[in-house]
Design a protein around this ligand. Structure first.
Ligand SMILES: Cc1cc2nc3c(=O)[nH]c(=O)nc-3n(C[C@H](O)[C@H](O)[C@H](O)COP(=O)(O)OP(=O)(O)OC[C@H]3O[C@@H](n4cnc5c(N)ncnc54)[C@H](O)[C@@H]3O)c2cc1C
Length: 433
């Protein structure tokens, strides 16, 4: 395999999100010359995330991450809420074990990404913000650099970390345009509130944090869910809804978001707050099916660009998978540079490392989750059924009481759900999640 003649850099990384920054940081730490190109005016300015980061992977890269990085709160309370129009049923899971060792933290990308980029610079990477890579340069089957405007820059390896759409990976034929059912659209706002108000409303102390996940009427029955996460003195609130379902139901995503903000079970958390940020972003939802070819001669694809996100209904993950893919990519790219062979065959070690790590293993474990989460009933009928059963148990209307099983049977008889669907969904859920 012919190597590019006198490249400008060992590695050019496209995109200074989490995947790009963590890859660039590790390669710079290995002593490689690294250029990190970001189209936003500064890293993080174009990025949007719900904000719960499962932080163990990040701590492997930055051992002092929790004390040094701009993290907000440590999540010790997970509140999973089936929301209907007038009722809601929740599982309120609190656990001190989630605090030590820390499991997940809330982050704001507008703070985290600049911190990561600063770490890359400290390690010796060169950052070029405000520059959009238009395409990669190729010679035969090999990627040899990038073109941004009139500038052409060459490298032994290009890392595509350009997010969910990855026009770069599409451009070189590694990925096809994702089908609609592999995509969701997210809308998110950050609402400022005094620290004490947040702690009182979510019954938190110190740096404890809460993550509320909601399904049902919060998305007006469209497949997806809502979230509400606590930061130090703000809340991150948003919805993520399936693009195909949104189109099929002819709904407008910002209307659904307004409905969520005004929902009787959500609005009280936000009362008195001031909106600081508002944005929309696509989310990769295809799971393992979305991860196609991620390696070619002279190039690897990491993070969302590689389709690495996981929605299990209980947890939404993308940032920690971006970190894991960056770790695998940096190891494989470093080894290929040492061997002076950055061919597809050598860089294939990236895919092997990825699938040997928590990233690939979790993608495989939850391979059936995207299909299961397409079950329409979960976004309306199940929440209503749960509330109906509990209403039967709690509503003392002076009629003779009935055992819970009988109450549940009665509720099911009045629900559009059929027992066979319950059984089928139960089995599918057990297999998928
Ligand atoms: C509403 C919403 C809620 C979410 N909630 C969570 C959550 O709670 N927890 C979680 O773990 N994940 C969550 N995710 C997913 C998570 O945000 C992503 O998985 C994560 O941001 C992926 O990081 P990345 O670095 O791969 O991509 P990105 O963060 O998208 O970074 C890509 C970068 O590439 C740059 N770029 C793109 N094209 C070019 C180009 N041509 N030239 C130069 N630069 C370019 C972009 O500007 C950007 O900075 C959520 C996503 C959304 C939208």
């Amino acid at each position: 395999m012919t190597e590019p003649v006198e490249p400008d850099f060992d590695v050019i990384v496209i995109g200074a999100g989490i995947a790009g920054c963590v890859t660039a940081y590790q390669l710079a730490q290995q002593g490689r010359s690294v250029l990190l190109v970001e189209r936003g005016e500064e890293p993080g300015s174009k990025n949007l995330s719900g904000g719960v980061l499962y932080s163990r992977g990040m701590e492997q890269v930055f051992p002092d991450f929790l004390t040094e990085a701009p993290v907000e709160r440590r999540i010790t309370r997970n509140y999973i809420n089936f929301i209907n129009g007038d009722s809601s049923v929740a599982v309120d899971y609190r656990d001190a074990r989630l605090a030590e060792p820390v499991n997940a933290v809330t982050v704001l990308r507008a703070k985290l990404d600049p911190w990561l980029a600063a770490k890359c610079e400290e390690a010796g990477a060169l950052i070029m913000p405000g520059v959009r890579v238009d395409r990669v340069l190729t010679e035969g089957t090999r990627v040899v650099g990038v073109q941004a405007g009139d500038d052409e820059l060459r490298a032994h390896v290009v890392v595509a970390a350009d997010g969910v759409n990855s026009f770069i990976a599409q451009d070189v034929g590694l990925r096809k345009k994702p089908p609609q059912h592999h995509l969701a659209v997210g809308v998110k706002a950050v609402v400022s509130l005094p620290r004490k108000t947040i702690e009182d409303r979510f019954t938190l102390t110190g740096d404890e944090g809460a993550a509320v996940a909601a399904v049902g009427d919060c998305t007006e029955g469209v497949g997806g869910g809502g979230f509400l996460y606590t930061n130090i003195d703000s809340l991150s609130i948003g919805i993520v809804v399936r693009l195909d379902d949104l189109t099929a139901k002819k709904k407008v995503v910002t209307d659904i978001f307004d409905h969520f903000l005004e929902h009787r079970f959500i609005a009280p958390y936000l009362e008195g707050g001031e909106m600081l940020e508002y944005g929309c972003h696509l989310v990769a939802e295809g799971g393992l099916d979305m991860v196609g070819d991620i390696v070619m001669d002279g190039m690897v694809v990491v993070g969302d660009a590689a389709g690495l996100t996981l929605n299990t209904g209980l947890t939404v993950r993308g940032m920690d998978l971006a970190v894991g893919s960056a770790v695998a990519a940096a190891e494989a790219v470093g080894a290929a540079l040492d061997q002076k062979n950055t061919s597809r065959a050598t860089l294939a070690a990236y895919r092997e490392k990825l699938f040997a790590s928590y990233v690939g293993k979790d993608m495989e474990t939850y391979a059936k989750a995207p299909h299961f989460l397409e079950t329409d009933r979960m976004y309306k009928e199940y929440g209503e059924l749960l509330a109906d059963v509990l209403y039967g148990a709690f509503n003392h209307d002076l009629k003779p009481r009935e055992h819970l099983v009988k109450v549940a049977r009665g509720s099911l008889a009045h629900s559009p759900l059929k027992i066979m669907q319950l059984v089928k969904d139960g089995i599918a859920g057990a297999r998928a999640l």
